[in-house]
Ligand binder design. Structure first.
Ligand code: HEM
Length: 198
């Protein structure tokens, strides 16, 4: 439940918050969904074409990685970035902090899905770690992306979302990175889409 459900739920929660707070992004998402799928249900075969939607999910997971920290236990004495690590010691990989490093991501606290556009220079493999890396990389990464992209495109096409309560949403790091008081939203059916469908 934690690996497959909680993580995807949180990625979508943070993505919806960012989209609801940035109307131009909501418009771009809606335009892409309509261009790719018109009014029909959005499904797995659309995912590859929903490029901007994918960028939004990636940027949401950069700013608020559901798995905000990775942990490893050293199997032997070694040295890491000038620090001595003894066998059996725990090493935490601070994914949240790495994702907000100005050396890796210029203007790191800004929400900018175009960082992940195809024509932008690629990050090095170990700078962006929402799914981890190496032999224990997330087993469900492709499925999670397909699921998140499908759901976000479907919701963005159909609804206008506005964050309902606090101006400032606080993340809480508790196994996964979640909003402290949930993410209440006002949801309205997007009128033009509703009219087209009726
Ligand atoms: C946005 C959604 C998801 C995120 C952010 C996420 C993140 C991660 C991360 C960071 C790891 C690596 C942990 C580590 O290296 O210590 C991991 C492992 C794993 N994930 Fe996901 N995950 C997501 C969705 C899913 C889904 C949908 C499934 C199953 C359908 C899944 C199944 C797993 C499993 C089984 C592992 C353990 C792999 C191993 O240790 O060999 N995850 N996930």
């Amino acid at each position: 439940m934690l690996a497959g459900h909680e993580t995807t739920t949180l990625a979508l929660t943070w993505a919806l918050f960012l989209v609801a707070s940035h109307p131009p992004t909501a418009e771009r998402l809606r335009a892409e969904a309509v261009e790719v799928a018109g009014e029909r249900p959005i499904g797995p075969k659309d995912v590859a074409q929903l490029r901007f939607t994918r960028q939004v999910i990636s940027e949401a997971m950069r700013l608020s990685p559901p798995a905000f920290i990775l942990t490893r236990i050293a199997r032997q004495d070694t040295e890491l970035a000038g620090h001595r690590v003894r066998v059996g010691q725990r090493v935490n990989v601070p994914v949240y902090a790495m994702h907000r490093s100005p050396e890796r991501f210029p203007d790191p606290h800004a929400f900018d899905p175009d960082r992940f556009a195809e024509n932008r220079p690629h990050q090095d493999r170990y700078s962006f770690l929402p799914f981890g890396a190496g032999p224990r990389i997330c087993l469900g990464a492709s499925f999670a992306m397909a699921e998140s992209v499908t759901v976000l495109a479907t919701l963005a096409r159909a609804f206008d979302l506005v964050p309902a309560a606090p101006k400032r949403v606080w993340p809480v790091a508790r196994l996964s990175l979640r909003p402290r008081n949930g993410m209440p939203m006002r949801v309205a059916v997007h009128k033009p889409f509703w009219r087209q469908g009726s």
